[in-house]
Design a protein around this ligand. Sequence first.
Ligand SMILES: *Cc1c(COP(=O)(O)O)cnc(C)c1O
Length: 364
Amino acid sequence: MSRHTRAIINLSHIKSNFKTANQWAPDSKNMAIIKANAYGHGLIETAKSLEPLVPAFGVAIFEEAIALRDSGIKKDILVLQGVSSVDDLLQASEKKVWLTIHNPLQLKLVLENPQNNKVTVWLKLDTGMHRLGFDHKDLILALKQLKKCQWVDELIVISSHFSCASEINNEENQHQVEAFNATRLALAENKNIQFSLSNSPAIVSLPNANFDWNRPGIMLYGLPLFDGPHSSDQQLYPAMTFESRIIGLRKVNQGEYVGYGQGWRAERNSKIATVEVGYADGYPRQAKTGTPVLVNGVKAGLVGVVSMDLISIDVTDIPDVSIGDLVELWGEQLCANEVASYADTIGYDLISSVSQRVPRIFLE
Ligand SMILES: *Cc1c(COP(=O)(O)O)cnc(C)c1O
């Protein structure tokens, strides 16, 4: 009996979700964001599957872009955090990897190091998130310098990022759109400038933020986009099902404890199943007693503390449970966002944290 903890990745769902993104934002180019191992779904497999459909890919860090090039991906790739060394800059220009410039050091790096191949730059504006990017004034100055630089591509994209896009009624969203538009209008006279603001939830709820490029991530993987239910939920298909199997089953009498630190005490005579998944697989250690899992398609609750390689669940009320039965931790039938709410986190965190030791099984 070999271990049966695995992530089933439905690549056709990722493709269909991408097509849905295109329907929602038909006038923009939608770049597939596949950072963090494609949010846990497998960087290379996801990229190969999407490559015929997408205009470009976005990753967080330079190493991810190189991994894509090394595996034969030819489409344009944007590094959302850019680079900070001369070596990486040289490789990026050779391998046609687009670079974000979000701070003065990155600007200096590009301006002071002549390249044989043109460098494509996305210049980041801070519209209120206060995480990365230049303010309006510094961005205008940076743009002037970049426009004069011979080894920087003529076409420059101005980008920014929402802090609260998943909160549909948060006024900050419109404030950020206004700040972005102020810079956009100030640059209206300039040729060869494009704009990019929206991530997944904004594509759906802020159509006035869909400019030349959007950057959908989470929607490709099919998780609901907003903090509350939304009509878009029905049009996206979860791409990852994280599953495991029961490897132990026992009766626990009322008053007895289960797991590390006597993390759970039986209030009644109970039937407890042990499942071969733990925090070393990316199951969240913060998951509380009662966190839902599906046993043979029926909801059961986690009990006690998540171990490194195991969890315990209460199956007292589920008939016909046996060792070997499948357990869905999240996926097509149990929304990762719901599980996340029991672990003080968000669906993004769960799916992108499924660890390297969990095999990915790809369905086309
Ligand atoms: C991760 C990321 C995205 C994608 O966001 P989603 O909410 O997953 O769609 C877009 N832009 C930037 C800058 C990001 O870091």
